[in-house]
Ligand binder design. Structure first.
Ligand code: ADP
Ligand code: MG
Length: 348
């Protein structure tokens, strides 16, 4: 990728040069964007909408590893994780800001690659890059993205409004991103021990894509809108099914019952689970980074979704006294505990 080209140090163009370079690549797509990059603040105008705002910070070697993450993918994913949060409110994302802390170890071309990914995500989701901040860092790369979205007040879906008896639904399939990460980690260790060996990633495109280039389920938000289906509660799966169902349950004052056999898991995920000797249910429950939507619907809305391949009913919301239960394939019941990614537990 960058290896064979002559690289330009960031100091050659400076902060303002870099901002200008970014500004020149931006095309505006939203009518709500009145003024984007170039003044002291962006100016947005939304008429009759509630504004959704979310932000996420990603730190090198904590949230991403540049040994196996191409910068373009990193840029794309950094945007997606934020757009996914807007989707989880049943909203439409419209603008982002991007703030970078970057060390002089990065070249102009490296930042160009990062922005290629950022702007590709913007293009794919119809979102405008309207500002940010650029600063230096002593060592690694830090990316902080804020996404802005909107929804009609009546359409916004919160985590705390599920009702007892509601069906628990999930989109797509789970556990693949975690399995992709395990594969990349395995190949990284092999490479570190013997740099002559080429990584063996063949035939695992799906799980790698789920880890390196995830998507936000804006298509589902739009589909539900056209079906006139409003979930009673919703969250995106960034930390794993266990932790997300517990967020909905605890915030709504309920318990939940999930059927292991119903959890959608892709063929490719199952195959890698066997190869790496990891229980695929654990990767779905605790792996995270799938960026699918987990939501609850009233039982009478089941008719609207029952034939849609992207939706799977995996359980029901129960009384708070029932707690959080996983009914396993062999007929036993296990307590669900929140073992998803925890920002402080995982750091040493
Ligand atoms: P200020 O001194 O007011 O903070 P800056 O010089 O940091 O202004 O930024 C100038 C303009 O460029 C602003 O519109 C800001 O939002 C935008 N900007 C700065 N850094 C970035 C970046 N990394 N990506 C996108 N826009 C940026
Ligand atoms: Mg600034």
């Amino acid at each position: 990728m960058l290896d064979n080209k002559k690289l330009t140090p960031l100091s050659a163009i400076g902060e303002f040069g870099l901002i200008k370079r970014i500004q020149e690549k931006v095309t505006i797509q939203q009518i709500s964007t009145h003024k984007a990059i170039g003044d002291d603040a962006a100016v947005l105008e939304f008429i009759g909408k509630q504004i959704l705002l979310t932000t996420d910070m990603l730190t090198e070697n904590v949230h991403f590893n540049l040994m196996y993450t191409p910068l373009k993918h990193l840029g794309y994913k950094s945007v997606i994780v934020n757009l996914s949060d807007i989707c989880a409110m049943n909203g439409t994302p419209s603008q982002i800001t991007v703030s970078l802390a970057v060390s002089n170890r990065f070249s102009v071309e490296a930042i160009d690659e990062l922005y290629e990914g950022i702007l590709l995500a913007c293009e794919n989701y119809g979102v405008d890059l309207v500002g940010g901040d650029t600063t230096s860092s002593q060592s690694g790369l830090i990316i902080s993205i804020t996404a802005i979205g909107h929804a009609n007040a009546d359409d916004v879906v919160y985590r705390n409004s599920a009702q007892k008896g509601d069906l628990v639904c999930v989109t797509g399939d789970l556990g693949a991103a975690y399995m992709g990460l395990q594969l990349l980690e395995r190949e990284k260790e092999i490479y570190k021990a013997n740099p002559g060996i080429q990584p063996d990633l063949q035939g695992n495109d799906y799980i790698l894509k789920r880890q390196l280039k995830p998507e936000a389920r804006l298509d589902i938000v739009e589909l539900m809108h056209s079906l006139k289906l409003k979930p009673t509660a919703m969250i995106d799966i960034s930390d794993g099914l266990s932790s997300e169902i517990m967020h909905i349950g605890l915030d709504s004052g309920l318990g939940a019952k999930i059927y292991e056999a119903k959890i959608p898991i892709a063929e490719e995920t199952l195959k890698m689970a066997v190869e790496l000797n990891i229980d695929p249910t654990i990767s779905a429950m605790s792996g995270g980074e799938d960026y699918e939507l987990l939501f609850t619907i009233r039982p009478e809305d089941y008719e609207k979704i029952k034939n849609l391949p992207d939706f799977t009913v995996i359980g029901t919301m129960t009384d708070v006294s029932d707690g959080f239960k996983l009914l396993t394939r062999d007929g036993s019941t296990v307590q669900i505990t929140s073992q998803g990614y925890n920002a402080f537990l995982e750091q040493s």
